[in-house]
Write a protein that binds this ligand. Structure first.
Ligand SMILES: [Zn+2]
Length: 119
């Protein structure tokens, strides 16, 4: 069980740290760095989740609760990532699509979500 606990606690640490840092970020350069970190953390959390699943199948142990905890924390990381990406977009004077409301970089000619031509 040690390995499962370790994976879950690591994922939790990451989520808590991410939550704290997100509120403090102001400069866009730091936001970009945090986005890169978050992407790595999400990849690492997915790897941990995969290992958890593999080990549980191998050993026959029921780790449903731990899997739920991992999924929850990965979802929290994704939320942080989305929020930060939004902040980067807004700082670039992003343009909002008239068709679907998605934010696009102001250099874009067409919406990256729906393809509508941007003004
Ligand atoms: Zn659109």
């Amino acid at each position: 069980m040690a390995i499962f606990d370790e994976v879950v606690s690591r994922v939790k640490d990451v989520a808590e740290t991410a939550g704290k840092k997100t509120g403090e970020l102001v400069e866009i350069g730091k936001v970009r760095i945090r986005i890169a970190e978050l992407r790595r953390e999400i990849a690492g959390a997915h790897e941990g989740l995969g290992r958890l699943l593999y080990d549980s199948r191998k050993s026959g142990e029921d780790v449903t609760d731990m899997i739920d905890a991992c999924v929850e924390h990965i979802a929290a990381l994704y939320e942080d990532l989305e929020e930060l990406e939004m902040r980067v977009m807004e700082s670039k004077n992003a343009v909002r699509c008239n068709g679907c409301g998605a934010l696009n970089e102001n250099t874009a000619q067409f919406c990256n979500q729906c393809g509508t031509k941007l003004d």
